[in-house]
Design a protein around this ligand. Structure first.
Ligand code: ADP
Ligand code: MG
Length: 258
């Protein structure tokens, strides 16, 4: 299956003026469509730098990055922003929902930037909220939702544009373990039932265990890259997240480490 991500010898050197910090020292990585990958590693190992490059938020100092078949390593900031808006979904630790807007308005936001009509925006946002089991909360403001519900709204927002790639940086960092498990079950279903490609950064092995492929970073390099030996058994029966995914039915692809 086609690669969504292809990094070739990517280096990132932060130039602080005084010193040059080599954050990535030659990373080569391929992620195929339909994979669910967890990136682990100690603080300072380069995880966020790698995610920023994968997510077209930053450019490599050296090396090449093909995203969805397109060489994005030399694009301008504006061109990168265009790709982010159209092809990528982001989920970060702090949810970052707009406080004065209801759940459905938050989910509609990326469609507004994409120029989708108001009617279509509402329709698709409500479908996404249904997908994450939040239909009954569409009109609620973020502070009227639990932490897990807020994070599910953030997932709906990240997915409403049907991104080629979903990127999550410590997606359960602010959640209790039960709610965290609920979110990870949701990721797993999205991946298995809709073939959503997911790359997730976490420092927690219990969270990484949900992914099918585990990558460990050390000192700006990939230290290991392998199929998850203890692939999580599958969705537990968390009552709040029982939405069925009306996906394309593309099966996730398991890759062996290269
Ligand atoms: P991780 O996410 O694994 O904790 P990072 O990618 O944030 O690691 O950082 C990798 C290295 O790059 C660290 O040594 C960090 O101090 C350095 N670094 C990260 N961002 C910057 C920056 N904007 N300027 C200078 N150095 C940075
Ligand atoms: Mg980090």
């Amino acid at each position: 299956m086609a690669n969504v991500i292809a990094l070739e010898n990517v280096e990132k050197i932060y130039d602080t003026g005084e010193v040059k910090v080599p954050a990535l020292r030659g990373v080569s990585l391929q992620v195929a469509s339909g994979e669910f990958v967890a990136i682990m590693g100690a603080s300072g190992s380069g995880k966020s730098t790698l995610m920023n490059i994968i997510g077209c938020l930053d450019r490599p100092t050296k090396g090449k990055y093909l995203f969805d078949g397109q060489d994005v390593s030399r694009l301008s900031r504006t061109e990168l922003a265009h790709i982010r808006n159209r092809k990528l979904g982001f989920i970060f630790q702090g949810f970052n929902l707009l406080k004065r807007h209801s759940a459905v308005e938050n989910v509609e936001m990326p469609l507004l930037y994409a120029g989708v009509s108001a009617r279509q925006r509402r329709k698709r946002a409500l479908e996404m909220l249904s997908l994450v089991g939040l239909s009954q909360r569409a009109g609620h403001l973020p502070n009227q939702l639990s932490g897990g519900q807020q994070q599910r709204a953030a997932i709906a927002r990240a997915l409403v544009n049907q991104p080629q790639l979903l990127l999550a940086d410590e997606p359960t960092g602010n959640l209790d373990s039960h709610t965290g498990a609920e979110i990870l079950d949701q990721f797993q279903r999205l991946n298995r039932e809709s073939g959503q490609t997911i790359v997730m950064v976490t420092h927690d092995p219990a969270i990484a265990a949900y992914a099918a492929r585990l990558i460990a970073m050390r000192d700006g390099l990939i230290a290991s890259d392998a199929v998850n030996p203890s692939q999580h058994a599958g969705p537990a029966s968390h009552g709040a997240a029982t939405a069925t995914l009306a996906g394309s039915g593309v099966a996730g692809t398991m890759r062996t480490a290269s």
